[in-house]
Design a protein around this ligand. Structure first.
Ligand code: GCV
Length: 714
């Protein structure tokens, strides 16, 4: 073969492989590819002829590089970095402190409208030239604004006349990594941990920087690196040196590092005899540990703590309260402005009458007893990240204590990385729930952004779905959940549809028809999963331990971990009576909403079996009774997955081959699993309802015994 043809083949292989690589999902929502539409491209090429970022902090350097990289990719030309304004249409980014030009533009009034992380993006003119300003009070604000401008370009938005004023509504917007020091990730479905503890602190993976960039682009400003089921070793010098390296990398991206504190650490790594939070030696140990951590990480964010829950040690081991424990740790970090995020996900070792009532029962009496730098981290619902739960009754019930939200981004109960489930509608449903704590309009969002009670700290956490798999999240669509979490953390009043639209435009396409199709899939996907997993308010009927696939028959473990504890199906009916005639969990809500949940007639039907034990022949608004409704919904769920498959097949020509095929093949698995859910649940519940599955529906493929024998692995 001639050298030239070998060269040609090599070139084809090279180009081919890089084109493939480019669409393996690794780039997330940063697809800075050349804009194909000439009109839009021209508009941007005319609007942006130079870039000026004054100031030279690491954050500003990142902003400058990102803008340059973005412009080059999207516009297909190098946009020169200039040192003065006056010629051409310049993008100027900076703060009045470090940019003489921004300082000269009299932006004080405008900048007063945004907080320390906020920014403005406005058009103005300077010596007859158009200028777009990205101005902020801090360098991080400039970085956030830069990402916003790039987002506008990626979404093909017109830049003329833009006037953006944006500030995060919640102070701390963080990811919680349930990552273990051995590299495994609890409830992680996207490979191993991103943190390579073995090779840190000497070797630095490029993924650390990519991770920080992705988070900064959506405003995430905190990361708790380690599992809440904590290992005390992370607090040793050896590990703190590793943590320090990560903190150094994340700092210019505006991200602070937090660690999980194992309550028994003074015993395990400090050689003390007790971890009693009122013991002077223990107090002093934590104070010294606090000081030590800050020598490694001067801006350490603080501790995240799971105590006295699922076997984790805590203050109750010593007869002390959660407030005693949290306050002791809070005092250890207070001199350095650190905080403690104390989780409300607790339940005792004794099986309760109703597990969903425990957090409220334990914490509400402690309202007002926590230090100022303690924030209580509350899961979105009172049980455990189910496909649908009512909002947690603690929201609104502890006015003296700042409360933060904990959402799960990783899909522990929602089909892992195998089911396409866009979670923003779930988040939105919770955030927009009305607690009635201070009358109508006391939304959960207002509790957690601090506006309902004027709290100084406000926070939101998402249990991360990232791992070291090439595309970060396993399922290509799971990236949208990371994205959506960040956007809602920035502004909890945003809508799921708007966020989906942004993500699709940046991740797949700006073609309106295709965008609408993908958005239709995403927006319907959560309800579809609810239908084939836990319709009408069913919950916690997943396979034991793993939580993938159905397991409504599970009855061989601690009672409040079984499925039968939750669905309570019998020959009369199905559902958990949490009304005033049952466990009275409805009594934990404010009367305006608790009353609605309490009455079977007014209870929202999508939560009916959460709050009520309902006769099989109870009529629903659909005209179907409960048994018929279950048959209908389980079947509708499966049919809808097929609808997703069909919709997806129609975007084939507009989506790159690699991601198209990947999603297509995972959807096949989702369909199979949805059918298993449907058949297993209907066959199982039929043993109580004693009613046939109506003829109009597909017959179960196998027997109940077959489904019971299925073993799921990850
Ligand atoms: C980190 C659920 C999960 C556990 C998790 C726990 C928690 O029970 O199954 O894996 O532990 O929640 O949030 O602490």
């Amino acid at each position: 073969m001639k050298t030239s043809s070998i060269f040609q083949i090599l070139l084809i292989l090279l180009l081919g492989s890089s084109a493939l690589k480019a669409e393996d999902g690794h780039r997330l929502w940063f697809r800075y590819d050349l804009i194909a539409e000439p009109e839009i491209l021209n508009h941007y090429r005319e609007s942006i002829t130079g870039l000026m970022v004054e100031g030279n902090s690491p954050s500003l350097k990142i902003a400058e590089d990102e803008l340059s990289k973005g412009f080059k990719g999207l516009l297909g030309i190098d946009i020169p970095e200039v040192t003065s304004v006056g010629k051409g249409n310049i993008i100027v980014a900076g703060t009045p402190l470090n940019s003489p030009f921004i300082a000269s533009m009299n932006l004080n009034e405008k900048l007063k409208k945004v907080n320390q992380e906020g920014y403005i993006i406005i058009n103005t003119t300077y010596r007859k030239n158009k200028v777009i300003l990205i101005a902020a009070n801090t360098d991080i604000g400039v970085l956030y604004g830069s990402f916003h401008l790039l987002r506008l370009l990626q979404m093909h938005q017109n830049l003329s006349g833009i006037e953006i004023v944006s500030s995060p509504k919640i102070n701390l917007r963080m990811l919680n990594h349930w990552d273990n020091l051995d590299g495994t990730v609890e409830r992680g479905y996207a490979g191993s941990s991103l943190w390579d503890w073995t090779s840190l602190p000497d070797s630095i993976s490029p993924r650390y920087i990519e991770y920080a960039r992705a988070n900064a682009s959506i405003g995430i400003n905190g990361t708790a690196l380690t599992n809440v089921n904590a290992n005390a070793l992370i607090l040793t010098k050896e590990y703190l040196a590793k943590v320090a390296v990560l903190a150094d990398i994340f700092r210019p991206y505006g991200i602070k590092v937090y660690l999980t504190a194992r309550f028994s650490a003074p015993v395990e790594i400090g050689n003390l005899k007790t971890a009693d939070p009122l013991d002077p030696e223990v107090i002093s140990w934590w104070n010294q540990k606090g000081d030590e951590i800050y020598t490694y990480v001067p801006d350490f964010g603080g501790f995240l703590v799971k105590a006295n829950s699922e076997g984790q040690p805590g203050p109750q081991n010593y007869g002390r309260s959660h407030a005693d424990g949290a306050n002791m740790l809070a005092d250890a970090v207070a001199p350095h402005k650190g905080i403690v995020m104390w989780r409300a996900f607790v339940y005792s070792n004794d099986v309760p009458d109703d597990r969903t009532k425990q957090a409220y029962s334990e914490f509400v009496p402690l309202d007002g007893k926590f230090r100022e730098n303690v924030i209580l981290q509350v899961k979105n619902g009172p049980l455990d990240f189910q496909p649908r739960e009512p909002f947690h009754p603690v929201f609104g019930a502890m006015p003296e204590t700042p409360l933060m939200m904990e959402f799960q981004i990783t899909q522990e109960y929602l089909g892992f990385s195998t089911h396409l489930v866009y979670l923003a509608p779930l988040y939105e449903e919770v955030l927009k729930s009305d607690t009635y704590a201070k009358g109508k309009g006391s939304l959960v969002a207002k509790v957690i952004d601090g506006t309902l009670e004027n709290h100084k700290i406000s926070a939101i956490a998402g249990v991360a779905n990232t791992g070291n798999t090439r595309n970060w999240t396993g399922h290509p669509f799971a990236q949208s959940n990371w994205y959506a979490f960040g956007r809602l953390a920035w502004d909890p009043y945003l809508g799921s549809a708007e966020i989906a639209s942004e993500w699709i435009r940046m991740t797949f396409t700006n073609n309106i028809e295709i965008k609408e199709k993908i958005s239709g899939i995403m927006l319907a996907s959560r309800e579809i999963a609810v239908n084939y997993m836990t319709p009408v308010g069913l919950h916690h009927i997943m396979s034991e331990g793993l939580h993938y696939g159905p397991g409504p028959w599970v009855d061989n473990t601690r009672h409040d971990w079984t499925s039968i504890y939750y669905h309570r199906a019998d020959s009369e009916g199905i559902g958990f009576n949490r009304s005033s005639t049952g466990s009275n969990a409805t009594g934990q809500y404010f009367p305006e909403v608790g009353g609605i949940f309490d009455r079977i007639e007014s209870c929202p039907e999508n939560l009916l079996l959460w709050f009520h034990h309902v006769p099989w022949d109870y009529q629903l608004s659909s005209g179907r009774d409960v048994w018929e409704e279950l048959c209908f919904r389980y079947n509708a769920g499966v049919d809808s997955v097929r609808w997703i498959q069909n919709e997806w097949s129609e975007v084939q020509s507009s989506v790159d081959k690699e991601r198209f095929e990947k999603v297509k093949s995972i959807l096949e698995k989702q369909e199979e699993n949805a059918m298993v859910w449907r058949d297993a649940c209907l066959l199982y519940f039929q043993t109580f309802s004693n009613r046939p599955i109506p003829e109009i529906y597909e017959k179960p493929l196998h027997t109940l015994e077959y489904y019971k024998a299925l073993k799921y692995t990850f």
